[in-house]
Design a protein around this ligand. Structure first.
Ligand SMILES: Cc1ncc(C[n+]2csc(CCOP(=O)(O)OP(=O)(O)O)c2C)c(N)n1
Length: 338
């Protein structure tokens, strides 16, 4: 589905978001989109071990939330938030090294493209069990609070994860301990192939987070990167200033299947068409940059720069060594049983 520039709805005006921030977010959403497109090609060529989970349509959320954090904050992105890794300073090459299973990648070639992070850069790896990152990040936030450090811990959960007990235990604990944690609900309407309305009586997560846990939870259009940034930034600063846990519900649509094997034939075609043509997060931000005075040439050169960054990062990752089979048990057992 090609994007018709005249059909795209630009991001809302956001004069408070300065130029540098806009450019940083645009780089992150672009890299997210372009890297995943390249990864899908590599996957189809059989060069990616494991499966591939994309965040097409949701790029604005992870990227803007990542940019909204300060340097000392920590974040645990999920598998549809590659732009968040980029926003925190993880390099394109490092992410590609994970997808290509290289020895020098974040998991040393052990991961099937999901459970990677760079903790020394404040990016925690994903835990597969839905909802489990909520209590993990409450723990991080509790540590910051007890040490008197003005730092914030942020994580995401999908609407499917909101049906898991650990999410609720974590939200409850965050409120009871009044910790500086921020939770982003990625409401993308579907969990695998189950639509949210079929798995919950009340699918408005913001109401349940506010009503159930007394955690403020504004709702925001998750395809509008500048709106997500402004809303998350306020939540982060409230958490940092001692107001306790905060949440934001980002409304999006998952544009691809759950993973590369899933053609998403159960999704509503008209809805996907509407989001692809009018609400593509990358194009919405490009349209806003142009509406606010950036020339089309400059936008094109930012796109070219991102494409060059992807090509260079991939070349660097391809040149990296494969893991040595002799290291197979390293990091698997505390003390290998012979
Ligand atoms: C506790 C638990 N139950 C089931 C699964 C299997 N599973 C993996 S992803 C997924 C759907 C997740 O949906 P959602 O949280 O809405 O995130 P989305 O995939 O839409 O981004 C399921 C059921 C799991 N990983 N953990």
């Amino acid at each position: 589905m090609a994007t018709d520039a005249s059909a795209v709805i630009p991001c809302e005006e956001a004069p408070a978001v300065d130029d540098d921030v806009r450019r940083r977010i645009f780089r992150c959403v672009l890299l997210h989109r372009l890297m995943e497109e390249r990864i899908m090609l590599l996957y189809k060529q059989g060069r990616i071990p494991g499966s591939v989970y994309t965040g097409r349509g949701q790029e604005a959320v992870g990227a803007a939330a990542g940019v909204a954090l300060s340097a000392d904050d920590v974040v645990a992105p999920l598998n549809r938030e590659m732009g968040c890794h980029i926003a925190r300073g993880v390099t394109v090459a490092h992410i590609f090294r994970n997808y290509l299973g290289r020895a020098t990648g974040p998991t040393g070639g052990r991961d099937g493209n999901m459970h990677f992070g760079v903790p020394e850069q404040g990016v925690f790896p994903l835990v597969s069990m839905l909802g489990d990152l909520v209590p993990v990040m409450v723990g991080a936030a509790l540590a910051f609070k007890r040490r008197g450090e003005p730092r914030v811990a942020l994580t995401f959960f999908g609407d499917g994860a909101f049906n898991c007990g650990d999410t609720h235990e974590g939200l409850n604990l965050a409120g009871a301990l009044n910790v500086p944690a921020v939770f982003i609900a990625q409401s993308n309407r579907v969990a695998y192939s189950t639509f949210t309305e079929r798995s919950m009586r009340n699918p408005v997560l913001a109401q349940r987070i506010e009503g159930g846990y007394s955690i403020p939870c504004p709702r925001v259009d998750g395809t509008d990167a500048l709106a997500v940034y402004s809303t998350v930034r306020e939540a982060v600063e409230r958490a940092r200033s001692g107001d306790g846990p905060q949440a934001v519900e980002a409304l999006t649509v998952r544009m691809d299947g759950h993973a590369a094997h899933d053609d998403a034939r159960y999704m509503d075609r008209e809805l996907l068409h509407e989001y692809a043509t009018r609400r593509d997060p990358v194009e919405r931000l490009a349209a806003r940059l142009i509406a606010d005075g950036m020339s089309a040439d400059e936008v094109a050169s930012l796109r070219d720069a991102a494409a060059a960054e992807v090509a260079a990062g991939l070349a660097e990752a391809e040149a990296a060594p494969a893991p040595d089979p002799a290291t197979l048990e390293q990091g698997v057992y505390a003390s290998p049983v012979r």
